[in-house]
Design a protein around this ligand. Structure first.
Ligand code: GDP
Length: 435
């Protein structure tokens, strides 16, 4: 989808606008510890048009002095990743040298740039804002990101200007699998191992979606597209250590994929960044397989070691635990084909549609036996259920008093669905509705 980046000096009000755009929507990624707690990526929509917002200020350190380092990275990030760039300045401080420098960098790009003057809270501040014409621009938007005034006009234009050329997916309809994970867990080794096992690559198209390479495999008894977060291969103009970059890349690959293989390093365990990737895959309702790589380095390969590892992961990932965890070695190629088999199983399960008759036949007796607990003397009766025609499984249960069905019962329902129909590695949504 289209990406809108917000760029500007520290403290001009980027995060306030960002949070406003994400209102009612949940930010998807929380940055990992050590950088900043700010959320900096999320989904928004305007006039029914969905887009992604990046707050490039996640790396603000609160002073202009760091211009060379941080702001340049920020601008580069926006220029590399975004469709549209909101360049925010601030009427209180007026046009600063840093602003001019940022604009100089931005205008060299061919991205759509929206100049925004923030903290224009009342009409009396419209006049001082005119000093920004010194940038040599024809138009700017004034707004108050604190109250939200002015955001509508800005968004109207941003959304209207989105490029309309629909991206044509050359692999439409084929299973898409991505290997995600922290640097050095072995993603490239795994990709190369898959390439080496059987040299039967039909297509290797670079740049079909920006910054990723997709390889079509039709071997191992399966046909699938491996989406490579090529950001991990490609040398960026910006420091590779910019974690935000690799997060953005993973986000794009994950959104494009059906199944996400989350690779972790057996010598390191499950860490917060793994949790972020997991959260992303789950919230995007993608199939998930966890691979514990470098198993060759683990000396004590007892069943217990595996079980402990599995438990350590499951203790951290929360509710959704019905996920395949495999122990592999990309280096020695041990079990990597098994990993492909399992990912394909998850793919099939995610697509699976349970016939309405079958669903009712199986689920209604379960509800009959274990109905939702009555609330305020009222009994809840579930009458009918359907699976929606969505890309990932979503079920609707029609009943008389859906508002009385609480979280534990929804979980019970999900678990029963998993038990009866098997959706291993696949996030499921369960809704209760009035008929
Ligand atoms: P990426 O950043 O996730 O793509 O990780 P790489 O594939 O570049 O691997 C990082 C390092 O780990 C390299 O030195 C690999 O040789 C090594 N490595 C990857 N997989 C394995 C494995 O299964 N076993 C061992 N012992 N080393 C591995």
């Amino acid at each position: 989808s289209n990406i809108v980046a917000i760029v500007g000096r520290p403290n001009v009000g980027k995060s306030t606008l960002f949070n406003r755009l994400l209102e009612r929507r949940e930010a998807i990624v929380d940055s990992t510890a050590g950088v900043t707690r700010d959320r900096h990526y999320g989904k928004s929509d305007w006039n029914g048009v969905d887009f992604t917002v990046i707050d490039t200020g996640g790396y603000d350190v609160g002073t202009d002095d760091i211009f060379e380092e941080e702001i340049r990275k920020q601008v580069q990030l926006a220029v590399d990743e975004a469709t549209s760039i909101i360049f925010m300045m601030n009427v209180e401080e007026g046009l600063t040298d840093t602003d001019q420098e940022i604009y100089r960098l931005l205008r060299r790009s061919n991205k759509l740039i929206y100049i925004v003057i923030n903290k224009v809270d009342s009409s009396k501040e419209e006049l001082p804002a005119t000093e920004f014409y010194q940038l040599g621009i024809d138009k700017y938007y004034t707004l108050s990101s604190a109250t939200g005034s002015g955001t509508g006009d800005l968004l109207d234009d941003i959304v209207k200007d989105f490029p309309t050329t629909e991206y044509k997916d050359p692999f439409e309809g084929l299973p898409k699998i991505t290997i995600a994970g922290r640097p050095n867990v072995g993603k490239s080794t795994m990709t190369n191992a898959l390439l080496d096992v059987e040299r039967n690559i039909v297509t290797d198209i670079a740049g079909t979606t920006r910054d990723s390479i997709q390889t079509l495999y039709n071997k191992f008894g399966h046909e699938f597209v491996l989406v490579d977060t090529a950001g991990m291969r490609r040398k960026s103009k910006v420091n590779e250590d910019l974690e935000f970059y690799s997060v953005m890349r993973s986000i794009r690959s994950i959104e494009y994929s059906d199944v996400v293989i989350i690779m972790v390093d057996a010598t390191q365990g499950w860490e917060s960044q793994d949790m972020n990737i997991f959260g992303l895959a789950q919230k995007n309702r993608k199939g998930i397989v966890i691979l514990v790589n470098k198993w060759d380095l683990v000396e004590d390969k007892q069943t217990n070691t595996m079980r402990d590892f599995e438990k350590a992961i499951k203790d951290k990932i929360g509710q959704f635990q019905d996920i395949p965890i495999l122990f592999v070695s990309a280096l020695t190629k041990q079990r990597i084909l098994k990993a492909v088999d399992v990912a394909m199983e998850v793919y099939e399960d995610r697509k699976k549609k349970i016939k309405t008759s079958k669903l009712n036949e199986v689920m209604l007796p379960i509800f009959e036996n274990t109905p939702p607990p009555a609330l305020k003397g009222k009994y809840i009766k579930i009458k009918y259920c359907v699976q929606l025609p969505t890309p990932s499984p979503q079920f609707v249960f029609f009943c008389n008093l859906p508002q009385y069905v609480k979280e534990p019962y929804k979980r019970f329902t999900e678990n029963q669905l998993r038990k009866e129909f098997g959706f291993t590695g696949v996030p499921i949504e369960v809704y209760f509705r009035q008929k």
